[in-house]
Structure formats: C-alpha cells, structure tokens
Ligand binder design. Structure first.
Ligand code: ARG
Length: 457
C-alpha cells in the first residue's frame, strides 16, 4: 500500500516504525469530529470558489458514507495509514475516486488534528457541566432532608463543633459549582478555531476561516497560525480543571468511606454501590468511593504528562504532540465514569441521623459555647477559654459530658454560670446559634439551600 505522502520516498517504511509512529489505535475516537471538520472545510472550499460545487457534493456525500460505515463498525482502520486523518482520507479516495484527494486542499493535518481536539473537548466539557449538575442535584436532595440532622464537625479529624449535615453536604455543592464555572470559562478558549492555519504558516488559497469557524460553532479563528497549530493550553486547562474536580470527588469519597465505617457509622451506602469480600462474609466494602479516590492518581498523572510533554517544544507542530491524546481521553473517560456514579450513590445513601446525633451527645464539641457564654457575660474570651479547658478536663476525669455537670460543679469554676447554661449547651441550640452569614445555624442553612437551588436554574 503506498503512503499518502509517499512521493518523496524510495523505500517502504520499516514495520516497527509504522507501528511506533501511528496513532490510529487511539485517535479513532476523533472520527466523528474529524469528519465534521472536513465537512465544514470542504463546503468552505466550495463557497470560496476553490472547489466546484459538484466536487463539494461528491466529497461531502463520500464523507457521510464513511461516517455511517464507521458508526456501523464496518470501517477498517490501518496502521499503515498512520492516523485517523489519513485513514479517512484513504477511505474517501476509495469511496469516490481521485477527487477525494481534493479534500486536503488548503489545510494540513496540523490544523486538522487541533480542530478535532477542540471539537472533542467542547463536547466533553458541555457533558461534564451537565453531569456535575446531576451531582449537585443529588447533594441538594440529601441536604434538603437533613437540615436538622446534626453531625460532629471536625478539624484535625477531632470533634470540633456540631453542625447541620446539610451544611456539610452543601460545602461540596459549592466546590462543584466552582468546578462548573471553571469548565464554563474554559469554553471561551476551547471555542477558537485552528482550522485554516494549515501546516503552520497559513495557505495561499483564498480560504475563509471565519466561515469554517462559524460552521463548527466556534467563536473565532485563532489570530495566529503558529499558535493555532501549537496550542494545547485548552487541553492543559481541561486536565487542570479535572485535577481540581477529582480532588473534590476524592475528598468527598474519603468522607463517605470514613462515615460508612463501623467506627463512624454515620451513613450507609446503598447495596447497589458496594461490594462484598470473597473471604469475610460480614463485609460490605465501599469500593466505589475508594476507586473514585484512587482515580485521582491517573488524572494528576495525565496533567503532569502533558505539561512535561509541552515544556521544551519549539514552534510549531512536533510529533511529540501526538502524545497529547491518550491522557486527554483517559481523563475524560475517567471523569465520565466518576460523575455518572457519584450522583446516584449520593442520592441513594442512607444517613443515620440517630447515630450522628448520638455522636454529638457523647462529645465535648459544645465547649466553645460555654466559653462564648462566659464571654458574653463580660469575661475576656481568653480567660473564659482557660476556665472551660479546666471544666472539660474535670468532666473527662469524672467520666461525664458537659451537660451532665451539676450547677454546683459549674459554679465552682465561675460564679457567672446560671441555669440557662444547659439550654445553651443543647446540641440543637449550639448549631442554631451560629447565625452568622454562611454559618451552620438552621436558618442560615435554609437560606444557603435557597441560594444553591438558584445557582442551578
Ligand atoms: N497523528 C498526528 C497527531 O496526532 C496528526 C498530526 C500529524 N502531523 C504531522 N505533521 N505529522 O499529532
């Protein structure tokens, strides 16, 4: 089989070289986008008088036929044709004859592949925005149910202050909201069209780049042909945004794993999202959140891979850039899997409100509130803190919680204590009292829920 670029060569390509340099094994995934780009290109060539309208029709029909064959799994891709671009061109020429060779007029594989990647990522980015919204909806649905479910809030993984469970879930809602904003913003840059930059310098044909840019739904052509074919920032950006996003997913997963352990026992993940042990029959393992946490490695790795790939590359195209694809596909596919599972897993998880409340009843996380109590009575907060420290130590030694201490015991530490201290220390009151903006007070959380719902419409 002769190469599409064979004219200058006198020897056939070494088989190993063919294998080594080809990308068809993975860039097949760009077939739809490649054909879309070619259709826009060929109709522009017609509009600009570079090809006749019969040629345009023949080529377009041929491309549609190939598209159908690929969709039906009837197309045969060859390593000898190196990549998706030349495979499709070869199929086109086989389908419609030598006129198929006119498709590549006024463009190069360099602007072609860049265009394909822009189209691919644009589609994926829009899908991820939608999938993130599903995750947010799931968080909202749970939060709605659990405004008044109280759980221990932690710092240093030590019980700190009790909070509303909805408040905890909504923290993740806002992380995902920022991820969505980042994706949305990246679309501005994904939406530049490289098509027509040709190999690196533009083309002498009287092409119309605005026309192909419009036809493909991009905002504008890249203003610089060298930049158009060398830029992979939009992929870097996608990989960075994905890295931040998977970090959020991983943190949430870690909490689900902790919470579903016997030690915490705050939530139960639905059976459908857990697996068993082949040897210990009592076990129900949180495999899904564990894998979500574990997927972080490859997503960070793909970002590091592309950063490293690009750092020393001179302008414009270099074959190294073929290595930009697998990491991008892998990240996109990994995220797709993660987001599709996350939403239903959150939706179906059971929150053990009785246990979370029990946990709060059996800790000292209302200590800050006694300090605030004394401070409100005029004692400097620092002094109050010191006194409460002693009270907590005393209570621990007596094997009691703060609500179990008698009035006499309290008054031994400060005469400022009165009966109302017991009300102040009740967990519901402790949570409800935190009415500062963005705090965990129930009324604040209800307002926050409203804000979150508004953010989704
Ligand atoms: N398969 C190549 C890639 O993915 C397409 C561009 C090839 N361009 C070239 N001048 N060899 O990067």
């Amino acid at each position: 089989m002769t190469k599409l670029w064979g004219g200058r060569f006198t020897k056939p390509t070494n088989k190993l070289v063919e294998e080594y340099t080809s990308s068809i094994g993975f860039d097949q995934k760009l077939a739809v986008h490649d054909i879309k780009g070619s259709l826009a290109h060929v109709s522009m060539l017609g509009e600009c008088g570079i090809l006749s309208s019969e040629e345009v029709t023949t080529i377009s029909n041929g491309l549609h036929t190939i598209e159908k064959k690929i969709a039906a799994g009837e197309a045969e891709f060859n390593v000898a044709d190196e990549d998706i671009h030349m495979n499709i061109e070869r199929m086109l020429i086989e389908e419609i004859g030598p006129v198929g060779g006119k498709l590549h007029t006024g463009r190069s594989r360099n602007d072609q592949v860049a265009t394909d990647m822009h189209l691919y990522l644009k589609e994926k980015t829009q899908e991820f925005i939608q999938q993130l919204e599903n995750v947010q909806q799931a968080l909202l649905a749970q939060a709605d149910q659990h405004v008044e479910t109280i759980i221990p809030g932690y710092t240093h993984l030590q019980r700190a202050q009790p909070i509303s469970f909805a408040h905890h879930l909504l923290a993740y809602f806002w992380m995902f909201e920022r991820d969505k904003e980042r994706l949305q913003d990246s679309l501005k840059r994904i939406n530049w069209s490289p098509l027509g930059a040709a190999a690196l310098a533009g083309t002498p044909y009287p092409i119309d780049r605005q026309m192909t840019s419009d036809a493909l739904g991009f905002d504008r052509p890249y203003p610089n042909s060298l930049d158009a074919v060398s830029d992979r920032d939009f992929i870097l950006e996608f990989l960075s945004i994905s890295s931040i996003l998977i970090t959020h997913i991983s943190r949430l997963s870690e909490e689900l794993i902790l919470w579903s352990s016997q030690e915490f026992d705050f939530v139960e993940l639905d059976d459908a999202f857990c697996t068993g042990s082949s040897i210990m029959p009592q076990k129900k393992n949180p495999d899904v959140p564990e894998l979500l946490r574990g997927k972080t490695g490859r997503i960070y790795g793909n970002l590091m891979g592309l950063l490293t790939l690009l750092k020393g590359l001179p302008l414009a195209y270099n074959k190294d850039m073929q290595e930009d694809k697998e990491g991008m596909f892998d990240t996109a596919e990994t995220l797709d899997g993660a987001l599709s599972l996350l939403a239903p897993m959150i939706e179906t998880m059971e929150v053990k409100a009785h246990n979370t409340r029990q946990a709060v009843n059996e800790d000292y996380s209302n200590a800050t509130d006694i300090a605030d109590y004394l401070a409100l009575k005029g004692l400097p907060f620092r002094q109050a803190h010191e006194i409460i420290g002693q009270i907590v130590l005393y209570a621990i030694n007596q094997n009691k919680y703060l609500l179990d201490l008698s009035m006499e015991e309290y008054q031994k530490f400060s005469p400022l204590f009165e009966k109302d201290i017991y009300k102040k220390l009740a967990p519901d009151q402790v949570v409800a009292a935190r009415q500062s903006e963005g705090g965990t007070g129930f009324e604040q959380v209800k307002q926050q829920l409203q804000l979150a719902k508004k953010a989704l419409v």
